[in-house]
Design a protein. Sequence first.
Length: 291
Amino acid sequence: MLNKFFKKTKYITVSQESLRRNEEVDKKPSIPDGMWVKCDGCGEVLYKSDLEDNNRICSKCNHHFRLTAKERINLIIDKDTFVEFDKGMKTANPIAFEGYEEKIQKMNRNTNINEAVITGTGDIFGEQIVICVMDSFFMMGSMGSVVGEKITRAVEKSIELKLPLIIFTTSGGARMQEGMFSLMQMAKVSAALSKLDKEGLLYITVLTDPTTGGVTASFAMLGDIILSEPKALIGFAGKRVIEQTIRQKLPEGFQKAEFLLEHGFIDKIVSRNDLKNTLKKILLIHNRSRY
């Protein structure tokens, strides 16, 4: 027992080389986290402040980083003109999907919005419009019953106010946690857009990365004018699923905006920095043609 008190203390041997390495580490500058962002397109490491100044577009390869709905509205709509619709509308759990309510609450906290779309009225260089902006950061912009209801109400408001409608799409498709209730939204929004068309009102869609699934199969492709950001992923099903179904190899980039433009599915690819001016021109031409 007493032997433990008289044992020699064991010391760790530290070489001069390890001391030198530690001194070099201590001399390295301390760089705060979050100052740099790696581009998903080209792998370039970008200074975050420069990226923000360029509206989150890579200065090396023109890759368009994804925006939140609120960032998109601030970019497109004139300052202090946006008035939101149905802000308090929240998702229920129509088929009692386990864990769904907790997931929605987590999304609410992380994104500070109630659902995957924000709708309202606003001005673009003084031209008033109704706008719907989907948000990929809220459950990948999946289309549940509240998303469909908010967009449908926005379409109806556009008819009531006799205003052009612009929808910015980004989505992974239908929301599986709501089953058939989610799938019904495609028909509901499309029916509302049919009424808008009969009223002779302008409907513009702006496809952003990614626009897939039921959103592509319905209102995303029903616009009078269909614009897209560069290199946006646009499609219905995934490439692997399609290849397995038709048993053919698909061409490279067949679900990118550039391929769709070449084959007549969209009207124009517009850089984010030019988008507000492009929308202004379209709105002015449309308004002049009506009077």
